[in-house]
Design a binder for this molecule. Structure first.
Ligand SMILES: [Zn+2]
Length: 223
């Protein structure tokens, strides 16, 4: 368990299909901190009526990408005393670029990140997980070619058609993984120079991976 006196400030990086979202939520729960996507943060701040929150919501409502300076404005508001990120966090899906990482450091100021975890899962595993995925068109229940529904690709729950999503094909997944590498390698390099990066093996069942993550966080917080 560890005896962390203060909640950790963690950035979790990892490929799609590495189980990052699930692990980030479990970690936040374990440490009593917050796991929020940037979308959640935008909505929370907009609901509070903060300046950057409302601005971000305007972009989201019109389907536009929220510009970097507004993303950072929201993050800064969230880090303020009493804000949703004040008491530690597990960031998942942010920062996406080196300029965002630099900005995040600036905004964190005297309370910097504790660590950046690179959740590493071999590409073949991710490809198999995603390209092997089959989803019920009707109720969205997820199956896998190795664990199909019992009758001829008919959903066990609702009888709907179970098929592969267009963006789950091997080519589509390969493309997303390449994009991820291009975007993320520079971020990892940036944090590595600060001695913040710890690579964690994301292969194995969810509980095993979770234990590995907790161990590296506890070790870092006690150091
Ligand atoms: Zn179904």
């Amino acid at each position: 368990m560890g005896n962390c006196s203060k909640p950790p400030r963690v950035v979790l990086l990892g490929k799609q299909g590495a189980g990052k979202g699930t692990q980030a939520a479990r970690l936040a729960d374990h440490y009593g901190t917050v796991h929020l996507s940037t979308g959640d943060l935008f909505r929370a701040q907009a609901a509070q009526g903060t300046a950057f929150g409302l601005e971000a919501k305007r972009y989201m409502d019109s389907g536009d990408l929220v510009p970097d300076e507004i993303v950072m404005g929201v993050i800064e508001e969230c880090l303020a005393p009493g804000g949703p990120l004040d008491d530690g966090f597990v960031l998942d899906g942010f920062p996406r670029t080196v300029p965002q990482a630099i900005d995040l450091d600036r905004v964190l100021g005297a309370r910097p990140l504790d660590l950046v975890i690179d959740l590493e899962v071999p590409k073949e595993i991710v490809l198999d997980r995603i390209a092997g995925r089959r989803v019920c068109e009707n109720c969205q229940t997820v199956y896998h070619v190795n664990m199909p529904p019992s009758h001829n690709w008919t959903c066990d729950k609702c009888g709907g058609n179970v098929r592969q999503r267009d963006d789950d094909t091997e080519e589509a997944v390969e493309r997303r993984l390449e994009l991820y590498e291009r975007e993320t390698v520079p971020i990892i390099d940036y944090y590595r120079e600060q001695g913040l990066v710890i690579m964690v093996d994301g292969f194995g069942n969810g509980d095993e991976v979770f234990e590995r993550l907790v161990k590296v966080i506890d070790d870092r917080m006690q150091a």
